[in-house]
Design a protein around this ligand. Sequence first.
Ligand code: FDA
Length: 394
Amino acid sequence: MNQVDVIVIGAGAAGLMSAAQAGYRGRSVTVLDMGKKPGRKILISGGGRCNFTNENASPENYLCGNPHFVKSCLSRYTQHDFVELVDRHGLAYHHKTLGQLFCDNNAQDIVDILLTECEWAGVNIKLRNEVISVSKTEIGYSVTTEQETLSCESLVIASGGLTMPKLGATPIGYKVAKQFGLNVLPTMAALVPFTLHQHDKERFEGLSGISIPCEVSSEDGAVFKENILFTHRGLSGPAILQISSFWRAGQAVIINLLPDINLKQQLVDWRESQAQKSLKNSLATILPKRFIEILHESKAIPDCNINQLTHAQIDELVNYIHAWQIKPNGTEGYRTAEVTLGGVDTDELSSKTFEAKKAKGLYFIGEVTDVTGWLGGYNFQYAWSCGFACGQYA
Ligand code: FDA
């Protein structure tokens, strides 16, 4: 049957959620995806265990041109609603840090829940079916894939962003938005590791694998307190991924290497307890030894004993360690990014239904829209929230 009520492009988190909801309303629904499996990003997420939501999700955890849009969306289907859904399916899961909920077994459990919901709702999922183009018909839309042309009354675009092209990311969603006159905000890789300029890369590549709990800030004031991780290409770790969403080319990031220690006070204490000990060896007891050696080689740490430090040196050192500045060369880009910043301008969409204001029956949900969550289960929560809301109307 080539005519259905609803076509959903994308069998990812947002697409499967919306398809099941529309199906439960008695709509005939077909989901089209170019992949050979549904929910491929869910399967690789959270190190294979899918951080499927965050207990503390709130609008402040998202970047979007219109914060009210996110507020409205999250309030329609909250993290508690999604937890209620997974509880109903008997999912085994656990709480990690910072409100993050992960599967005990693996991410396939989440995909299975969505597929079960789709099956109960009578949704037809067609895989290995890449959508090439979309056009307007008298009653709705026609969608042409590599194999066939299908028609529908409501078309839901849940085709995701540009991250991880090897997992089937395509710009089809942005292309359709522009085709129907919708504004698309510039896109950029986010939640992504930084690469370093050659001199810093050479200085720090020996630290690959070392992780330090830090507080990382962007030049415009975003702050995240989590670990940073040195890699053979540059810097990664949760704090770096978080700040990458706020960083712009040419800016520095500011890293407090000892967020839980007042270094000035520590130096005063050391002056009393171990005045003759070398500064370098003392610092190596509170920061990784190899890192301290590199800073020492580059003269950022004076070559002296604790009691030989001058006031000026103390101030300089304290400032250096509590506000270490590093200028990334760039990011690793869409190849390794978790999400895409920017996308379909939310001002073009109803925050209640996700229908395009300029194109009746055309809906945009999930990562293709200009809503980007922090690291920590917020992006999936947005996918569930908008998928649920859209499925009530499409
Ligand atoms: P998603 O990208 O999931 O789905 C889009 C679908 O559309 C894909 O299946 C694709 O094949 C299909 N498609 C695209 N173009 C098409 C075309 N032309 N024709 C047919 N089909 C097409 N978030 C989180 O909250 N917790 C986490 O633990 C993680 N972990 C994580 C790890 C990694 C490595 C990545 C890359 C990402 C995460 N994320 C995450 C982010 C999360 O995966 C992301 O926000 C959601 O998958 C977005 O869901 P969508 O349904 O919008 O797009």
